[in-house]
Structure formats: structure tokens, C-alpha cells
Design a protein around this ligand. Structure first.
Ligand code: GLY
Ligand code: MN
Ligand code: MN
Length: 429
């Protein structure tokens, strides 16, 4: 791992909070993500499952975490089962956690090799009434590929049909939505790395650069600062490409007079940053570009004011819609008449701002979140308004990451240049 050691108080605290939510005499089992084949004998880079990481800090494939707070044998109250390693295996297969390292990382004392799991598991289950299984319940997406936790659960239900089964996912969602101090520091670190990359890009961009050259500048800065890489596929979209929300090619030349919309973020220690900025290729916005830019910026600033404890997501979205509507009227993109005849389920602003304003951010970029839960201190949201005008070859999105606190919120990207004039100054400095 490129990141520095994380204080294992984080994982101890998370396990304590999770196990307190379990019903009596229950066992919960979590697995690593699968490794996905990339070619005949290679995998895509491994990305740890967010839940097992949250509860253990273990960042290695094929790991299993068992939490059984009422276990008659204290050694199984919390236990890890990990890929076996020794000096010989380490030479051939690379470094894997030793038992001592796994104890240090996780704060869990009972570490066993994976090859003992199948024998140990039944003897634990015989003394548990309920088994909590983990499942991916991120409601932004329907995954069709089975994963380790799911395959394991199906097998277990077949072999132990008389146990009661329960879902860990709602408990994990409730916990993961609220970030602790250490988590916020890790997200901050991801934001700082992202800031360094953005500043590098401001110095680099000029007419004629290719989108992929900008992408290369970003990854260079990320890796040298210990990020594991991009938090998600970066969008470097110049001119009209900016109006394609999931533009991924990054292969076009950036031309004089255009704006480049960039949406990228670093992943550090599995925590993510999610930034969007839109900058003029030649270092100066035209009057029209500036007008649209400042409209988006005003929507962002006003929306951030609404990210405070007690706000319901649905209310927030409605309010942001009204703010955006008024800015689009100001830009002459929609008319009073359009507004008067709009349907409630199809507001006219969606023609130019068609995506959501915010999502939770954390171990996942689109982090797990409860759609109907009011905002609370410790939640981290993106705020990302945009206006996309294909007929003008112009798309502008601005995105910062905001921590909700008891008395308002904190912008975790506050140091990242945002005002149009500041961007211009840095590009021409
Ligand atoms: N980069 C993905 C998003 O902004 O949600
Ligand atoms: Mn983004
Ligand atoms: Mn986002």
C-alpha cells in the first residue's frame, strides 16, 4: 500500500459501533472483494470491499472478518482469516500481511490463516443463533455480478438452513454515513492531493494540449503524493465534450477559446476526493463563458448553505432546483413561459442541469447513504451544480466536498481555486 499507516483506533471504534447494533448471539461475516480477471493470467488492480476495510483496515484479497461478540470462546469475538504467508511464499507471491502486521493494522488479536476457516466456521455457527451477511445495497446501481459475500451467503444458507439470517448492510449504511475525525482527515488528504494536481494542471494547460496530456499530469501528481490512483475514471472534457456527462475518451485537442470541464479526484487510503473545475483553455473566459461560470458558482455557494443538519435530501433537491431555475432564466436559456408550463415531475431546469446536485462521499465515491435520512454532523457530501449547453459547445460544472458540522458545514476543498478571476490569474501567472 502506498498510503501511510492509519491509526487503528478507527477500526476498533467502527467495530465497537457495529457490534453494538447486532442482536444477541449473532455472528457477522465479511469478505474481501473479488479480484477481477483482466486477461488470461492477470487481474485488474485489487480494490478492497469498503465494509471489511471500514471494520478492519485489512486491505488484501481473500480476507475474512468474523465478529461474534457473544462467542463462548473469547478468541472468536473478533477474528481475521488471511491468506497464508511465510518467507518462501513472500518471495514468490509478493508481500502479504504477516499475522503481526495484521494485528497492528486492524487491532484484532486473533489472526488465523485462511486454510483453517472451513474447519473453524461450523464450530462457531453451532453456538450462534443469527448470522449477519453482507450485501451491496448501494441504491444508485443494480449490480448483476455475484461477489464473495453473496456467494458465501448463498452457500451458508444452503448448509445451515435453520439459522436466522440478517443483513449487515443497513447497519453499515447507518454507520458509514457519519464520518469520524480520522475518516475526515483521510478525505482531507485525498482533497489535498487533488488540489496539487489541479494546480499543476492550471500551469500546464494552453491551446493545443490534448485531454490525455492533462490526464497524465494529474496521475503523475497523484502517485507521487501516495494516492493509489484515481478515485474514478477522470473526465477531461474540452469544448462540447463537456456536455457528455460520462465522457471518458479524453482524446481530443483543447482549442483556443474553449472551456475544459475536468472531474477528477484522488483515492488515498481507500478514501476519495471528487472535484470538478472548468477552466478556459487560453487562460481567459469570454464574457458568455464567465456569465455561465458565475451562474454555476452562485448555485454552488447557495446550495452549500443548505448542507446543514436537519435538511432532508428531497427538500434540498427542490431548493437547488429553484436556484438553478432562476440562474437559467438570468442566462436566457429558459423563459418565464417555460417555467409556468413546467410539470412538477419534469422541471424545465433539467434541460441544462440533468444530474443530481450531491452524493455522499467516503470509502466509495458515490458513498452508501440513506435517501430519506436528514443531514447530520459528520456526513460528507459533494456539491456539484453544472450547466450544459451543447448548442454553445459549453459545459461547466463545479464540485467541492463538504463536511456537515453541528453549526453549519466545512468546505474540505476550500483551498482549491474556484473564483473565475483566481483561475485566470493562476493560468497567466
Ligand atoms: N465524478 C463522479 C461524480 O461527480 O459524481
Ligand atoms: Mn465528480
Ligand atoms: Mn460527484
Amino acid at each position: 500500500m502506498k498510503y501511510e499507516t492509519i491509526n487503528n483506533d478507527l477500526f476498533k471504534f467502527n467495530r465497537k459501533n457495529f457490534t453494538e447494533k447486532l442482536q444477541r448471539n449473532s455472528i457477522a461475516i465479511f469478505h474481501s472483494s473479488d479480484e477481477f480477471p483482466r486477461s488470461g493470467d492477470q487481474h485488474f488492480p485489487f480494490k478492497q470491499n469498503a465494509d471489511i476495510f471500514y471494520l478492519s483496515g485489512i486491505d488484501q484479497e481473500k480476507s475474512i472478518l468474523v465478529l461474534f461478540p457473544d462467542s463462548p470462546d473469547p478468541k472468536f469475538r473478533e477474528a481475521l482469516f488471511l491468506l497464508k504467508t511465510d518467507e518462501h511464499i513472500a518471495v514468490w507471491e509478493g508481500h502479504k500481511y504477516t499475522k503481526e502486521e495484521a494485528r497492528q493494522v486492524s487491532g484484532i488479536q486473533s489472526v488465523f490463516w485462511l486454510d483453517s476457516f472451513d474447519k473453524v466456521l461450523p464450530s462457531l455457527l453451532h453456538y450462534a443463533e443469527r448470522i449477519y451477511l453482507n450485501s451491496n445495497e448501494n441504491d444508485r446501481y443494480v449490480h448483476t455480478v455475484p461477489y464473495r459475500d453473496l456467494r458465501f451467503g448463498l452457500d451458508l444458507m444452503n448448509r445451515f438452513p435453520l439459522h436466522q439470517y440478517a443483513r449487515s448492510a443497513p447497519l453499515m449504511r447507518e454507520l458509514r454515513e457519519i464520518k469520524s475525525t480520522i475518516e475526515v482527515e483521510l478525505i482531507r488528504k485525498a482533497c489535498e492531493i487533488t488540489e496539487a494536481a489541479f494546480r499543476r494542471v492550471l500551469r500546464f494547460v494552453k491551446p493545443g494540449v490534448k485531454e490525455y496530456e492533462i490526464e497524465a499530469e494529474i496521475i503523475h501528481e497523484f502517485i507521487r503524493r501516495r494516492a493509489s490512483g484515481h478515485a474514478y475514471h477522470p473526465i477531461i472534457a474540452s469544448g462540447t465534450n463537456a456536455c457528455v456527462l460520462h465522457y471518458a475518451e479524453n482524446n481530443r485537442e483543447c482549442r483556443d477559446g474553449e472551456v475544459i470541464l475536468m472531474d477528477f479526484g484522488a483515492e488515498y487510503a481507500n478514501y476519495n476526493a471528487d472535484l470538478s473545475r472548468s477552466i478556459p483553455v487560453n487562460g481567459r473566459f469570454t464574457d458568455r463563458q464567465r456569465a455561465v461560470y458565475n451562474a454555476v458558482l452562485r448555485v454552488m455557494k447557495e446550495s452549500i448553505h443548505l448542507l446543514v443538519p436537519g435538511t432532508l435530501p428531497a427538500e434540498y433537491n427542490r431548493e437547488v432546483g429553484k436556484i438553478m431555475e432562476s440562474e437559467l432564466l438570468g442566462l436566457g436559456l429558459i423563459s418565464r413561459h417555460d417555467v409556468e408550463k413546467q410539470r412538477e415531475d419534469m422541471p424545465v431546469y433539467k434541460k441544462y442541469f440533468m444530474h443530481g446536485i450531491s452524493h455522499h462521499l467516503g470509502l466509495d465515491v458515490h458513498d452508501i447513504g440513506h435517501r430519506y435520512r436528514k443531514m447530520e454532523p459528520g456526513m460528507v457530501f459533494t456539491c456539484e451544480p453544472g450547466i450544459y449547453i451543447p448548442e454553445e459547445g459549453l459545459g461547466i460544472r463545479l464540485e467541492n466536498n463538504i463536511l456537515i458540522t453541528a453549526d453549519g458545514n466545512v468546505d474540505l476543498m476550500t483551498g482549491i481555486p474556484l473564483e473565475a478571476e483566481e483561475i485566470e490569474e493562476l493560468m497567466n501567472g
